[in-house]
Design a protein around this ligand. Structure first.
Ligand code: NDP
Length: 300
């Protein structure tokens, strides 16, 4: 007897992909693939999923395939070759790319897959690893209307707010600009609060005022108390990925003829932070570099 549960595949069990896939496994018959196979096997054992040997085998027979990789370059790599994802996607299947990727690359991928009857949507997410675990992510979708209607019930496995932004690439454009704003807020917070700490103002006191005033942001309200003032610096979203997002945002500005001197400077600062701190550190750790340069810690 064929199973009534729809078949899905998920490729890319990283920091955010893994909890998203875990939510999907609750409502779909799931096959997973991960570059480091041991992670896929451990996931499958825990969530009752199967492990595909190759991207091609993973996608075979799936109505919907979800990818969540660092950048669009890795999505392209995964599609390519005789064992690649493209070879496994059947006519009529749907590929949802949750990578915070590059809009131009997604438009190329959509055209490439559309040529053999596979629908595509870029569906980047925001809300962090906690939001993925709780199923409360915000999802911004770039797709034609019919593809968005098909994508929504799948995305509801891990998303709470799911908005259609426009054609393919627009979900990723919105995500990139959102994250460029996050990056700007991180740097601005670090610079301002390093100065206040040196001026002898306790960080907690200053934060109380900012969060009751017009300078507040997600950084001041959530990230600063949770990660900076506490000195905990948890690693949930790599600085290298945020730097990539700022670069994508800059390409959206450039492509639309917007000069953007401030965001270009934020991109430079994050490029320097990535070079100084490496690829593994968390995005908020850019503030540690500011602390180090200023010779002060923002705590308390
Ligand atoms: P991670 O770096 O934690 O995980 C990356 C995943 O991609 C891993 O499964 C890794 O496999 C796989 N991978 C890396 N390179 C390749 C490759 N060449 N071929 C195949 N697979 C590869 O990233 P995140 O999960 O944090 O992020 C994924 C995407 O989601 C990014 O675009 C990010 O910007 C976005 N995002 C992340 C958020 C977060 O809070 N972490 C929040 C919102 C969006 P392996 O296990 O072998 O290393």
């Amino acid at each position: 007897m064929p199973s009534a549960t729809p078949k899905a595949a998920f490729l890319g069990l990283g920091a955010i992909g893994r909890p998203m896939a875990a939510r999907l496994a609750r409502k779909m018959d799931l096959t997973v693939w991960n570059r480091t196979r041991a992670r896929a096997e451990e996931f499958a054992a825990q969530h009752g999923a199967r492990v595909g040997k190759t991207p091609r085998e993973t996608a075979a027979g799936a109505e919907v395939v979800v990818t969540c990789l660092p950048t669009s370059a890795e999505v392209d790599q995964l599609l390519d070759g005789p064992d690649g994802l493209e070879a496994g996607l059947a006519r009529g299947a749907l590929l949802l790319d949750c990578t915070s990727g590059d809009p131009a690359a997604s438009r190329r991928i959509a055209a490439r897959l559309g040529a053999h009857g596979v629908a595509f949507a870029d569906c980047p997410v925001s809300g962090g690893t906690n939001g993925a675990e709780a199923g409360t992510l915000t999802v911004m979708v770039g797709a034609d209307d019919a593809t968005f209607v098909r994508a929504r019930p799948v995305l509801e496995a891990f998303g709470r707010r799911i908005d259609h932004m426009g054609d393919v690439g627009t979900g990723q454009a919105v995500k990139a600009v959102n994250n460029a704003l996050l990056a700007a807020h991180i740097i601005a917070f670090g610079e301002g609060f390093a100065a206040l700490a040196k001026a002898g103002v306790p960080a907690g006191k200053a934060l109380g005022i900012v969060n009751a005033s017009s300078g507040r942001s997600f950084v001041s309200e959530v990230l600063a108390p949770e990660r900076v003032l506490s000195g905990r610096w948890p690693r949930t979203f790599r600085l290298a990925l945020l730097e990539k997002d700022v670069r994508i945002a800059l390409s959206v500005l450039d492509g639309n003829g917007v000069r953007g001197p401030l965001l270009h400077l934020v991109g430079e600062i994050f490029g320097q932070a990535r070079a100084a701190l490496g690829d593994a550190v968390d995005h908020v750790e850019a503030i540690r570099l500011i602390e180090r340069e200023a010779g002060v810690e923002i705590r308390g």
